[in-house]
Design a protein around this ligand. Structure first.
Ligand code: TRP
Length: 363
């Protein structure tokens, strides 16, 4: 049985290899990456579609683009940071950058007003993107509710290239709102290839695995829109980011997530209270049997986000396994790392806020 991937519901994935097989997601060939990136090397980006098209374009000095979208709901957490870092990674590789604020989607499927979406997109997302290093001067940041005429028309034309049976087989039960959101997103992904944006070119879409169905549908539709000569868009997929207690990291559950706006105290409280531990119940037992880093969320966060030094990480892993390092000590190490990053980041974010308004395209 194929797992259903519903972009509007949360779900867990036990077996990423099976997802790759079932949905034609390829493994990343690290040797072919043109620039190292820890999300690829550590496996957080677990798969891709057609990324070689983008790498080829880069090698041949041909134009290529990065396109992704954000849902302007809730606060910016570590999962959002991964996507932002990947956007910046592709920007630094030389991609033209297109970023959509999914304000139509958040209005239709989450009842967030366009005004609220605008505020969240600018103050939360855009400010964090800039603080993390996105160059706004080289980014086309737009709202789904106010794209160009070509983009708006495209979002309607795509409906001609699919049908209800196909949509149902991909998404299950659909509402009209979801259908509109899907068509809007297909247009988001394809519009960098419109003539107004320089015509067909390889486009990579960094997204969470929850967006896989949109990518697949977009590729099928692109293939059927012969008159546009679209190149089928590429994508990189990141794993579901584990929440502190396991499950998924989610804005709607503040104790599951580390937000980039969290204060040092909040980080300390959340990690100490909620981060799932792979350690033993008592110190004596832990010293004797050791902990299990594979299920320990603090260790996983260090591995994925906060300890880029492989040798140090290896040492921590061994000490934890042997019982030399206690859960409390591991947590404190993580807390210090996170807070060091956040304090510096929040300063940059304040700076970023000052320059934002200049770059917002007015309707
Ligand atoms: N649906 C995406 C989400 O829920 C947001 C989105 C809109 C998007 N347009 C996009 C993502 C284009 C990637 C590419 O987060």
């Amino acid at each position: 049985m194929k797992q259903k991937i519903d972009p509007w519901e949360s779900f867990e994935i036990k077996d990423y290899d099976k997802i790759m097989k079932d949905f034609g997601v390829e493994k990343v060939d690290l040797k072919r990456l043109l620039k190292k990136n820890i999300y690829f090397t550590k496996g957080l980006v677990f798969g891709h579609k057609d990324i070689q098209k983008v790498l080829e374009a880069k090698k041949k000095k041909k134009p290529f683009a990065m396109m992704t979208g954000l849902m302007p709901s809730g606060r910016f957490h570590l999962g959002h940071k991964v996507i932002a870092d990947l956007m910046i990674y592709f920007q630094e590789l030389g991609a033209e950058c297109y970023v959509a604020v999914a304000d139509i989607e958040s209005y239709l499927t989450r009842d967030i007003s366009l005004e609220e979406a605008r505020k969240v997109a600018i103050e939360e997302y855009l400010a964090n993107y800039v603080a993390l290093g996105l160059d706004l001067k080289k980014t086309k940041f737009y709202f789904q509710s106010s794209g160009s005429k070509g983009y708006m028309n495209l979002s309607k034309f795509v409906s001609k290239k699919t049908n209800f049976n196909e949509l149902k087989s991909i998404y299950g039960d659909l509402t009209p709102e979801k259908v509109t959101s899907v068509f809007t997103q297909v247009a988001d992904i394809l519009h960098p290839q419109l003539l107004e944006n320089g015509g067909p070119k390889p486009v990579v879409v960094p997204v969470g695995i929850d967006q896989l169905s949109h990518i697949n549908l977009t590729r099928d539709i692109a293939n059927r829109m012969k008159e546009f000569n679209f190149i089928l868009p590429s994508a990189t997929f990141i794993k579901i980011i584990p929440g502190l207690k396991g499950g998924k990291m989610s804005s709607s559950n503040p104790n599951s997530a580390i937000f980039l706006g969290d204060s040092p105290k909040e980080v300390e409280r959340k990690i100490k209270k909620y981060a799932f531990s792979g350690g033993q119940a008592t110190i004596e037992e832990h010293r004797k049997k050791g902990g299990n880093p594979d299920i320990d969320v603090s260790f996983q966060y260090l591995k994925m986000f906060f300890e880029p030094d492989d040798d140090k990480l290896k040492q921590i892993e061994e000490d934890y396994k042997s019982g030399k390092l206690l859960t409390g000590e591991l947590k404190q190490y993580l807390i210090d790392k996170i807070n060091k990053f956040l304090v510096a980041h929040q300063k940059k974010k304040e700076q970023a806020k000052k320059i934002l308004n200049k770059f917002i395209v007015k309707d």
